[in-house]
Design a protein around this ligand. Sequence first.
Ligand SMILES: [Zn+2]
Length: 262
Amino acid sequence: MKCKGKIKVKAENGKTRATNCNEQLELHAIFCPKCGEPTKALSTDLSAKQNFNEIWEQFRTIKSKFYTTALLVIIPLLAIIAGIYFRENLAEIVKIDQYYFTNLLLLVFIPFLLTPFASKPNFSKNLTLKFQFYPKMFLVTLMNLLYFFILKIICTGYHLNLFVDPILHLVMVVLVLYWITIMIFVPILVIRKKTNPIKAAVMCYKASAETRWQQFFLVLQITFVNVIGVLFFGFGLLISLPLSYILIENYFAKLEQYQLFN
Ligand SMILES: [Zn+2]
């Protein structure tokens, strides 16, 4: 594939004129190394929309294969939802602050939700909880909760008894979303590349330089399908939960193809 960008060259009469760049592009280039023109990668291979269409096309015919996985995943999810719902009473029983109680709840149950990333959820192998990866996913969860805790202190003055501008609450929401968008592949990296959560976070940050918006769309898709899943008396979660794992997994595979984690 040749670059279709324009470059300026000096003509014989000393004037500059625009000409086609025509640089031979590597198969998995996102930008032309010569003129900087974006290739079609972000609107084709690396497009979150294309990722969704590809997956949905295959997934919808075999979705019943993943019901058992979804039922297993729903258990820790329900524990979190119930815990948050009753946090006032529960926090009082264990005599800790409600915020700490919620975090403790997330720290215990989120790792279960991350373990299915260890099962390489393609369409031939079944997606399931992998308990042996609980300790690693616990560390991943801990790292994220610590980051959110620091954000909370900075943005809301929590524990410091300081007055902070309410706009910082909004800033916090944006930073949390931004963080999730970038760090979405950390669990997969920790498992597949056998690295620690901090190194995986750095890899994710570097890899997402060009694909951040597409990753944000991916996060929106996942939120959207699960909201729809909840709407049908929760039964839709049987479809939306496995679909979410596979969407993340497939997009990760694309980033791998483009060698963005190297
Ligand atoms: Zn070019």
